[in-house]
Write a protein that binds this ligand. Sequence first.
Ligand code: SAM
Length: 317
Amino acid sequence: MLNCTQHTPVLLNETINALSLKDEGIYVDATFGLGGYSREILNKCNCSLLAIDRDPQAKEFAAPIKSTFENKFTFINGKFSELLKYLKETNINKVNGIVFDLGVSSPQIDTKERGFSFKLDGPLDMRMSLEGPTAEEFINKVEEKTLANIIYEYGDEVFSRRIAKNIAYERLTNRINSTGQLATIIRKSIPFSKQKIDPATRTFQAIRIYLNNEIYELEKGLIAAEKSLEPDGILAVVSFHSIEDRIIKEFFIKCSNNQSTSRYLPEKNERKNSLEIITRKPISPSSKEIERNKRSRSAKLRVARRTNFPSYFGDEE
Ligand SMILES: C[S@@+](CC[C@H](N)C(=O)[O-])C[C@H]1O[C@@H](n2cnc3c(N)ncnc32)[C@H](O)[C@@H]1O
């Protein structure tokens, strides 16, 4: 059961405005969470909305929206990498806009039993979908070198080897089974520094990304989104760390080859752009928003518009 039911949607106005909502349109909220974006979309226009979230607990937040908007709103408990399958199942061909608001919701991070937070001492879980191996199972079993690579790659953590070594040493005598225990090992592994963030931040982020297969999800989700958009349809993506933002930026560049400088991509005229980039630079929250909602501080919004040209990835599934 959730013990926290608040989540302040980040970059809400900017994202909803970017979608250029229209009556009779069909939209997808790929990361429903507590439905902050979904509710705003449905309130703003007479449209239909398909909302997806991999967390089974998100269903609780979908129920009141369903009772207000009835057949205008459909919630699916699943992963956005499966978007094409869900569209087929709900008899939707193409959509007018898709929004992703990546990462975890406030109830996920603020509920200690979910095991995402290094600030609250709880079981080491970290599974968004509540299925598959827990962080506890992973951290007590993974090979030290593999763990170091994961922490480095998904956490940009320069002390990754030292952290992995200390985790491997600790688990020889004590099973690591709580977020507090893991955070203490990480903090002790990092030399005193003037860092503003908690030293456990990066490692927790890395384990979460790995365990939930977030990079694969993002890449598959973006491809599915590009394939499902109508010409002029909008893709809006909010991300919270540089690994995600880099993937989104490169995806946009790849699909809009006139901006690409890569010598490996075909020349401008050999390919047709399936996306037109709307945000040359990502949109960040205003200082007012950051003051109101500290969690928004690292958010970045990137927006692209689907063109008339065929999908960059082909139309087959
Ligand atoms: C930042 S929250 C979204 C908050 C939402 N915009 C709101 O205003 O309430 C991110 C949500 O995306 C979900 N999520 C993350 N990765 C997902 C994936 N691959 N497929 C579906 N849902 C995902 C998480 O479970 C979480 O509920």
